[in-house]
Design a protein around this ligand. Structure first.
Ligand code: MN
Ligand code: MN
Length: 409
């Protein structure tokens, strides 16, 4: 080894040691090595070539999977940290669509930040838009096809839903504005192809605009030349000053206070479900806000009616997806990650960290539906189950019969 090679080697080793020292203090997946290595007993071998310790530490169940994993699944994880961010005065947005997770055919997610006064301009789009407010507060406005108007302030844990084609806007409020996740009922959706009011007006002859609004053409001297998307404006005053009556009251509000809902409580966590039964305007997107305590787990289940997307808000998780045909894969999730489970594939989500895990489960469906493995086995003749899975009937007799979406550690 030349002196130069030795110096490079030592520099590399020091960088690796520093990276792993940082990781040693961070939360680790249960049962994983520290740092994770592709070694299990006499199987596998340490990585000799290029290595990315921080990435590897985030995916211990990829590098050293449970022995039950088998076969090949496409990736069911994407981190918003890897998405292109579209920056504007007033905020930013980034998206996770079918382009990032190829299995995500019918759902697309957008993470958006608006500073106080920052405006997501007046626009509409083909897919419906469902949203969850992660931090801060925003003012949302819309009208429906009968001119019935909507203006509301939404805060953390509130959701909204604008059906396909309903025009709307979002603006960050006093303080530090807002950050939220938008969910669209089409995996091919892109934030780059929405119908924006500025884009339309910029591409309409001035004389047509003048005729349409019954004003002189010079009224349009200062219109923007192209789509503004997100822009900085002044912080709006109280909602009462922004109220516009419109053509009458909306039959169904476009927003709902999801976190104000009394949750399903179990020993291991909580679940709040929102779909068209308690939020009637959300006819295409159903959701659950799930909290899981360390070591506890969203039970083994599947969804008979829809693909599932997940948005991880806090804590750490792992999920194994069973895809039939001797195929199962385990993925690890961090805050800001998106997970995905194709319809009918069995899965669990386990809190592998030391803090409460919080995430959203999202489906392109009008109603929440899941089938619990525990309940299925509990409600099937015990002798028959025992004959199938070779578990003693005395043990099967103790499986709880009520649905427990989150099971304790
Ligand atoms: Mn929108
Ligand atoms: Mn699920």
């Amino acid at each position: 080894m030349s002196d130069l090679q030795r110096r490079e080697f030592l520099t590399g080793a020091a960088a690796f040691a520093a990276a792993t020292a940082t990781l040693a203090g961070a939360e680790r997946a249960s049962g994983a090595d520290d740092p994770p290595r592709p070694v299990r007993g006499d199987k596998g071998a340490p990585i000799l070539g290029p290595s990315n310790p921080s990435r590897e530490a985030q995916s211990p169940d990829r590098l050293n999977p449970p022995v039950t994993d088998s076969g090949t699944l496409p990736t069911l994880r994407w981190s918003f940290a890897d998405s292109h961010i579209k920056m504007r005065e007033g905020g930013w947005s980034r998206q996770t669509t079918i382009r990032e997770i190829p299995s995500s055919t019918d759902l697309a997610l957008v993470n958006m930040r608006l500073k106080a006064g920052g405006v997501r301009e007046l626009h509409w789009h083909k897919p419906a838009e469902w949203a969850f407010m992660v931090k801060g507060r925003a003012r949302i406005t819309a009208i429906d096809e009968q001119g019935r108007a909507f203006q509301e302030d939404v805060g953390e844990g509130d959701i909204w839903n604008f059906p396909s084609g309903i025009p709307h806007s979002i603006q960050g409020l006093e303080g530090d504005g807002a950050e939220f996740v938008l969910v669209f009922d089409d995996g091919n959706f892109s934030e780059d192809s929405t119908f924006s009011v500025t884009d339309w007006i910029a591409h309409t002859p001035r004389e047509v605009l003048a005729k349409n609004f019954g004003v002189p053409e010079r009224a349009f001297a200062n219109i923007p030349e192209k789509e503004r998307f997100i822009f900085q404006s002044k912080v709006p005053g109280p909602l009462s000053e922004d109220r516009v009556a419109g053509a009458g009251p909306l039959p169904m509000p476009f927003s709902y206070r999801l976190l104000a809902q009394e949750p399903i409580r179990t020993k291991g966590g909580t679940v709040r479900i929102s779909d068209s039964t308690n939020f009637p305007v959300a006819t295409t997107i159903a959701a659950a806000f799930v909290e899981i305590e360390p070591g506890a787990m969203r039970e083994l289940h599947w969804h008979p009616n829809a693909n599932e997307a997940q948005y991880y808000i806090s804590g750490q998780a792992r999920m194994t997806v069973f895809a039939a045909h001797e195929t199962a894969g385990t993925f690890d999730y961090q805050p800001g990650d998106v997970g995905f489970v194709p319809r009918n594939m069995g899965h669990y989500i386990e809190n592998t960290g030391k803090t409460t895990l919080r995430f959203l489960e999202l489906w392109r469906a009008d109603k929440f539906a899941d089938i619990s493995l525990r309940q299925w086995l509990a409600f099937t003749p015990a002798e028959l189950v025992a004959a199938n899975v070779k578990i003693d009937t005395s043990i099967l007799a103790n499986i709880p019969k009520h649905k427990t979406p989150v099971v304790p550690a």
